[in-house]
Design a protein around this ligand. Structure first.
Ligand SMILES: C[S@@+](CC[C@H](N)C(=O)[O-])C[C@H]1O[C@@H](n2cnc3c(N)ncnc32)[C@H](O)[C@@H]1O
Length: 303
């Protein structure tokens, strides 16, 4: 289970993710505000959702504790709706004190893209908002980076990469990193999403392996997760006890190789303590790392 279900509802733990995003974007836009060399700022929300989502609350106790936990003033919750809706990443980014100059909201689902169009109309006087109903990988590489819209010597940007599962390809990260101007905050769904795809047996069809290779950008994920021990009838393959953590550490080091810098990985759990996903920042600038390390270290991190 991710914090964002396919039916469009979110679990209470989504607030942690959105609070981290809001804190980082707030600091980022403030830092770039008075930089004379900076021609403009860009926010890419590659898996944008509908802009707001109904909160999934299973029982009364959870509702009560959620109400106590949430900081209504943060803007993540819309209190007019009696705490039933959570403002998603597009609204968080549009509601910042210092806004971005260009927004790209990418969403493959047509109903959610329509909601984003409405959001664009609501903020029409605001800034340059683009809603792209497309696959995130295609929209980033073709629609945004491929068209040479921005001179990356003087523009700066952030891409928020928050898929349900393995929809983000590694070559999209390579394209973002190649600008040397775009930072990322990425959701690595090591919880149920990835674990479900990684059976204890270590047996994969060719297609599955290829999918995972494209996602991780390397076949080495196999040796990170599976351990070989010699047995009577040849090597025995076992899934490592702490495969989620190992995967997060390895993936983080790959992001560092690609972008130059990467933050500690912040673990987001569900209300029963189960691991859902890690949030990781990667980018080129030490100031970005400083802010991200501070923001992400408010929760539970692996370094
Ligand atoms: C976890 S939700 C996003 C939540 C949102 N970032 C937020 O915090 O409010 C993931 C979204 O990605 C969309 N999606 C799934 N696959 C996609 C793809 N290949 N390209 C673009 N969007 C996709 C889903 O329809 C869903 O709305």
């Amino acid at each position: 289970m991710t914090s964002y279900k396919t039916d469009g509802t979110v679990g209470p733990w989504a607030k942690e993710k959105l609070k981290i995003l809001e804190s980082y974007l707030d600091a980022y836009t403030k830092v770039l505000l008075n930089q004379g060399w900076c021609a403009g700022t860009i926010f890419i929300d590659a898996f944008a959702g509908a802009g707001r989502a109904p909160l999934r609350i299973s029982d009364k106790n959870e509702r009560r504790s959620t109400q106590l936990l949430f900081d209504v003033s943060s803007g993540v919750y819309d209190d007019k709706d009696e705490l039933t809706y959570v403002n998603g990443s597009p609204r968080v980014a549009l509601g910042l004190k210092h806004t971005f100059d260009h927004y790209f909201f990418i969403e493959q689902n047509s109903d959610r893209a329509i909601e984003l169009q409405k959001l664009k109309e609501k903020y029409s006087s605001h800034k340059n908002i683009n809603v792209l109903q497309d696959d995130a990988n295609e929209a980033i590489k073709g629609g945004i980076l491929g068209k040479g819209l921005f001179n990356w010597k003087s523009f700066r940007g952030i891409a928020f990469l928050d898929p349900f599962g393995m929809q983000l390809r590694w070559d999209t990260l390579e394209a973002l990193a190649s600008t040397e101007a775009i930072e990322i905050i990425i959701n690595l769904p090591v919880g149920t999403t990835l674990q479900r795809l990684l059976p204890k047996s270590g047996q994969f069809s060719e297609t599955k392996r290829q999918q995972l290779d494209e996602y991780f950008g390397s076949p080495d994920w196999y040796d990170v997760i599976y351990e070989k021990t010699p047995g009577l009838f040849g090597d025995e393959i076992n899934k490592s006890e702490n495969s989620g953590k190992r995967l997060a550490l390895w993936y983080r080091s790959r992001l560092k190789e690609l972008f130059g810098l990467s933050s500690p990985a912040s673990l987001i759990r569900n209300s029963r303590g189960g691991h859902l996903y890690y949030l990781i920042w990667a980018g080129h600038h030490p100031k970005g790392l400083e802010i991200a390390s501070h923001v992400l270290s408010q929760g539970e991190v692996i370094k």
